[in-house]
Design a protein around this ligand. Structure first.
Ligand SMILES: [Zn+2]
Length: 262
Protein backbone atom coordinates (compact mmCIF):
# COMPACT_ATOMS: atom_id res chain seq x y z
CA UNK A 1 0.00 0.00 0.00
CA UNK A 2 1.43 3.34 -1.13
CA UNK A 3 -0.16 6.22 0.74
CA UNK A 4 -0.05 10.01 0.64
CA UNK A 5 -1.73 11.99 3.43
CA UNK A 6 -2.19 15.77 3.26
CA UNK A 7 -3.24 17.55 6.44
CA UNK A 8 -4.13 21.09 7.43
CA UNK A 9 -5.21 23.22 10.36
CA UNK A 10 -8.45 21.29 10.88
CA UNK A 11 -6.48 18.33 12.24
CA UNK A 12 -4.79 20.44 14.93
CA UNK A 13 -7.91 22.50 15.66
CA UNK A 14 -9.29 19.48 17.48
CA UNK A 15 -6.29 19.67 19.83
CA UNK A 16 -7.21 23.28 20.61
CA UNK A 17 -4.87 25.03 18.17
CA UNK A 18 -6.90 27.83 16.58
CA UNK A 19 -6.98 28.01 12.79
CA UNK A 20 -6.02 31.23 11.05
CA UNK A 21 -9.34 31.58 9.36
CA UNK A 22 -12.37 32.19 11.49
CA UNK A 23 -13.02 34.13 14.63
CA UNK A 24 -10.98 31.93 17.01
CA UNK A 25 -7.82 32.68 15.07
CA UNK A 26 -7.86 36.37 15.94
CA UNK A 27 -5.24 37.45 18.48
CA UNK A 28 -5.46 40.82 20.27
CA UNK A 29 -8.03 41.64 17.61
CA UNK A 30 -5.43 41.11 14.89
CA UNK A 31 -5.93 38.97 11.81
CA UNK A 32 -3.37 36.10 11.72
CA UNK A 33 -3.30 36.14 7.92
CA UNK A 34 -1.87 39.68 8.23
CA UNK A 35 0.50 38.81 11.11
CA UNK A 36 2.06 35.84 9.34
CA UNK A 37 3.70 37.98 6.68
CA UNK A 38 7.19 39.38 6.02
CA UNK A 39 5.62 42.86 6.01
CA UNK A 40 4.23 42.49 9.54
CA UNK A 41 7.60 41.25 10.79
CA UNK A 42 9.45 44.13 9.16
CA UNK A 43 7.00 46.61 10.67
CA UNK A 44 6.82 45.17 14.20
CA UNK A 45 8.99 42.12 14.92
CA UNK A 46 8.23 42.24 18.65
CA UNK A 47 4.51 41.95 18.00
CA UNK A 48 4.96 39.04 15.63
CA UNK A 49 7.29 37.29 18.12
CA UNK A 50 4.77 37.81 20.94
CA UNK A 51 2.15 36.09 18.82
CA UNK A 52 4.41 33.18 17.90
CA UNK A 53 5.51 32.72 21.51
CA UNK A 54 1.89 32.44 22.56
CA UNK A 55 1.24 29.95 19.79
CA UNK A 56 4.26 27.89 20.84
CA UNK A 57 3.02 27.92 24.41
CA UNK A 58 -0.41 26.78 23.35
CA UNK A 59 1.04 23.95 21.25
CA UNK A 60 3.26 22.80 24.15
CA UNK A 61 0.19 22.58 26.34
CA UNK A 62 -1.86 20.78 23.66
CA UNK A 63 -1.97 17.05 23.03
CA UNK A 64 -2.11 15.15 19.76
CA UNK A 65 -5.62 13.88 19.07
CA UNK A 66 -7.05 10.70 17.57
CA UNK A 67 -6.46 11.98 14.02
CA UNK A 68 -2.71 12.39 14.64
CA UNK A 69 -2.58 8.91 16.18
CA UNK A 70 -4.49 7.33 13.28
CA UNK A 71 -2.13 8.86 10.69
CA UNK A 72 0.93 7.62 12.61
CA UNK A 73 -0.64 4.15 12.73
CA UNK A 74 -1.31 4.19 8.98
CA UNK A 75 2.33 5.16 8.36
CA UNK A 76 3.44 2.04 10.22
CA UNK A 77 1.22 -0.25 8.14
CA UNK A 78 1.85 1.26 4.70
CA UNK A 79 4.66 -0.04 2.49
CA UNK A 80 5.44 3.47 1.31
CA UNK A 81 4.10 6.53 3.04
CA UNK A 82 4.40 10.29 3.06
CA UNK A 83 2.58 12.82 5.22
CA UNK A 84 2.63 16.38 3.92
CA UNK A 85 1.32 18.70 6.59
CA UNK A 86 0.67 22.40 6.39
CA UNK A 87 0.75 22.52 10.19
CA UNK A 88 3.81 24.08 11.81
CA UNK A 89 3.11 22.50 15.21
CA UNK A 90 4.75 19.31 16.46
CA UNK A 91 1.60 17.28 17.09
CA UNK A 92 2.15 14.79 14.25
CA UNK A 93 5.66 14.11 15.56
CA UNK A 94 4.45 13.78 19.14
CA UNK A 95 1.88 11.22 17.95
CA UNK A 96 4.76 9.11 16.64
CA UNK A 97 5.34 10.24 13.04
CA UNK A 98 8.98 9.90 12.10
CA UNK A 99 10.68 12.87 10.46
CA UNK A 100 11.55 10.81 7.39
CA UNK A 101 7.87 10.04 6.67
CA UNK A 102 6.75 13.64 7.09
CA UNK A 103 7.17 16.95 5.29
CA UNK A 104 6.24 20.16 7.12
CA UNK A 105 5.72 22.18 4.01
CA UNK A 106 4.99 25.43 5.87
CA UNK A 107 7.91 25.08 8.28
CA UNK A 108 8.33 24.35 11.97
CA UNK A 109 7.27 26.85 14.64
CA UNK A 110 9.83 25.46 17.13
CA UNK A 111 12.76 26.29 14.88
CA UNK A 112 14.14 29.84 15.04
CA UNK A 113 16.24 31.00 12.13
CA UNK A 114 18.19 34.06 11.12
CA UNK A 115 16.39 36.39 8.74
CA UNK A 116 19.70 36.97 6.90
CA UNK A 117 22.19 34.09 7.18
CA UNK A 118 21.82 30.28 7.46
CA UNK A 119 21.94 30.13 11.25
CA UNK A 120 19.08 28.20 12.82
CA UNK A 121 18.35 26.56 16.12
CA UNK A 122 15.68 24.33 17.60
CA UNK A 123 14.15 25.79 20.75
CA UNK A 124 14.38 22.70 22.90
CA UNK A 125 12.50 21.58 26.00
CA UNK A 126 14.92 23.26 28.34
CA UNK A 127 14.14 26.62 26.80
CA UNK A 128 10.46 25.81 26.96
CA UNK A 129 10.63 25.17 30.68
CA UNK A 130 12.61 28.32 31.31
CA UNK A 131 10.02 30.33 29.45
CA UNK A 132 7.20 28.76 31.41
CA UNK A 133 8.90 29.21 34.76
CA UNK A 134 9.67 32.80 33.97
CA UNK A 135 6.06 33.32 33.00
CA UNK A 136 4.86 31.73 36.24
CA UNK A 137 6.82 34.18 38.34
CA UNK A 138 9.76 31.98 39.36
CA UNK A 139 12.01 35.01 39.26
CA UNK A 140 14.33 36.55 36.73
CA UNK A 141 16.01 34.03 34.47
CA UNK A 142 18.26 34.27 31.51
CA UNK A 143 16.48 33.40 28.33
CA UNK A 144 18.76 31.52 26.00
CA UNK A 145 17.08 32.59 22.84
CA UNK A 146 17.26 36.33 23.36
CA UNK A 147 20.03 36.55 25.93
CA UNK A 148 18.25 39.00 28.15
CA UNK A 149 16.62 38.79 31.54
CA UNK A 150 13.23 37.16 31.32
CA UNK A 151 10.66 38.44 33.75
CA UNK A 152 7.45 38.19 31.85
CA UNK A 153 5.81 35.71 29.53
CA UNK A 154 7.55 37.19 26.51
CA UNK A 155 11.16 38.17 26.02
CA UNK A 156 11.59 41.92 26.24
CA UNK A 157 13.41 41.98 22.89
CA UNK A 158 13.31 40.07 19.68
CA UNK A 159 16.15 37.53 19.40
CA UNK A 160 19.24 38.42 17.37
CA UNK A 161 21.47 36.08 15.35
CA UNK A 162 24.70 35.14 17.22
CA UNK A 163 26.57 35.08 13.88
CA UNK A 164 25.46 38.23 12.07
CA UNK A 165 23.27 40.14 14.55
CA UNK A 166 20.28 40.24 12.20
CA UNK A 167 16.81 39.56 13.60
CA UNK A 168 15.91 35.95 14.25
CA UNK A 169 12.49 34.80 13.11
CA UNK A 170 10.32 31.71 13.42
CA UNK A 171 11.20 29.19 10.71
CA UNK A 172 7.74 29.14 9.20
CA UNK A 173 6.61 30.02 5.71
CA UNK A 174 4.72 33.28 5.75
CA UNK A 175 2.08 34.34 3.24
CA UNK A 176 3.78 35.42 0.05
CA UNK A 177 6.98 33.45 0.72
CA UNK A 178 8.42 30.59 -1.33
CA UNK A 179 8.00 27.03 -0.13
CA UNK A 180 11.27 25.48 1.11
CA UNK A 181 13.11 23.89 -1.81
CA UNK A 182 14.38 20.80 0.04
CA UNK A 183 10.93 19.95 1.34
CA UNK A 184 9.36 20.52 -2.08
CA UNK A 185 11.89 18.08 -3.53
CA UNK A 186 10.92 15.43 -1.00
CA UNK A 187 7.27 15.75 -2.08
CA UNK A 188 8.22 15.65 -5.76
CA UNK A 189 10.41 12.59 -5.24
CA UNK A 190 7.58 10.75 -3.54
CA UNK A 191 5.12 11.66 -6.32
CA UNK A 192 7.64 10.59 -8.97
CA UNK A 193 8.23 7.32 -7.13
CA UNK A 194 5.02 5.70 -8.31
CA UNK A 195 1.24 5.82 -8.18
CA UNK A 196 -0.49 5.86 -4.81
CA UNK A 197 -3.21 3.43 -3.78
CA UNK A 198 -4.75 5.82 -1.29
CA UNK A 199 -4.67 9.60 -0.93
CA UNK A 200 -6.21 11.17 2.17
CA UNK A 201 -6.77 14.92 2.43
CA UNK A 202 -7.82 15.85 5.96
CA UNK A 203 -8.63 19.08 7.76
CA UNK A 204 -7.68 21.43 4.97
CA UNK A 205 -9.81 23.63 2.77
CA UNK A 206 -7.19 23.07 0.04
CA UNK A 207 -7.01 26.75 -0.78
CA UNK A 208 -3.39 26.48 -1.87
CA UNK A 209 -2.97 25.31 -5.46
CA UNK A 210 -0.06 23.02 -4.64
CA UNK A 211 -2.18 20.98 -2.19
CA UNK A 212 -4.73 20.32 -4.92
CA UNK A 213 -1.98 19.61 -7.44
CA UNK A 214 -0.32 17.02 -5.19
CA UNK A 215 -3.64 15.33 -4.37
CA UNK A 216 -4.45 15.11 -8.08
CA UNK A 217 -1.08 13.79 -9.14
CA UNK A 218 -0.92 11.20 -6.38
CA UNK A 219 -4.40 9.90 -7.22
CA UNK A 220 -4.03 10.10 -11.00
CA UNK A 221 -4.08 6.34 -11.60
CA UNK A 222 -7.47 5.79 -10.03
CA UNK A 223 -6.26 5.76 -6.47
CA UNK A 224 -8.85 6.28 -3.81
CA UNK A 225 -9.01 10.00 -2.97
CA UNK A 226 -10.57 10.41 0.46
CA UNK A 227 -11.50 13.83 1.71
CA UNK A 228 -12.12 14.30 5.43
CA UNK A 229 -13.55 17.72 6.13
CA UNK A 230 -16.79 18.91 7.73
CA UNK A 231 -17.30 21.36 4.88
CA UNK A 232 -17.10 21.26 1.11
CA UNK A 233 -13.77 22.29 -0.40
CA UNK A 234 -12.33 22.87 -3.86
CA UNK A 235 -11.25 19.24 -3.87
CA UNK A 236 -14.60 17.76 -2.90
CA UNK A 237 -15.98 17.09 -6.36
CA UNK A 238 -12.90 15.10 -7.32
CA UNK A 239 -12.87 12.91 -4.21
CA UNK A 240 -13.89 9.26 -4.55
CA UNK A 241 -15.02 9.29 -0.94
CA UNK A 242 -16.27 12.25 1.08
CA UNK A 243 -16.32 12.09 4.85
CA UNK A 244 -18.05 15.11 6.32
CA UNK A 245 -16.81 14.69 9.86
CA UNK A 246 -14.01 16.11 12.00
CA UNK A 247 -10.71 14.29 11.38
CA UNK A 248 -10.43 13.00 14.97
CA UNK A 249 -13.76 11.21 14.57
CA UNK A 250 -13.36 9.94 11.01
CA UNK A 251 -9.68 9.04 10.62
CA UNK A 252 -9.41 6.24 13.21
CA UNK A 253 -12.29 4.43 11.46
CA UNK A 254 -10.92 5.06 7.96
CA UNK A 255 -7.42 3.94 8.91
CA UNK A 256 -8.66 0.74 10.58
CA UNK A 257 -10.72 -0.01 7.47
CA UNK A 258 -7.71 0.49 5.19
CA UNK A 259 -5.46 -1.70 7.34
CA UNK A 260 -8.09 -4.47 7.48
CA UNK A 261 -8.66 -4.40 3.72
CA UNK A 262 -5.02 -4.91 2.77
ZN1 LIG B 1 22.59 35.50 10.94
Amino acid sequence: MRVLVLTGAGVSAESGIPTFRGKDGYWRNLDPTKLATPEAFARDPQLVWDWYRERRERIRNARPNAAHAAIAKLAQHADEFLLVTQNVDNLHARAGMSAQDMVQIHGDIFVTRCSRCDFRQRDDDQDDRQHRKGAAGFGVRRSRDCGTALKARTCPRTPKCPNCDALMRPSVIWFGEQLPWNELQRVENFLDGGACDVVIVAGTTATFGYIIDWAFRASRDSAELIEVNPEETLLSRFATRLVREPAAIALPRIVDGLIRSR
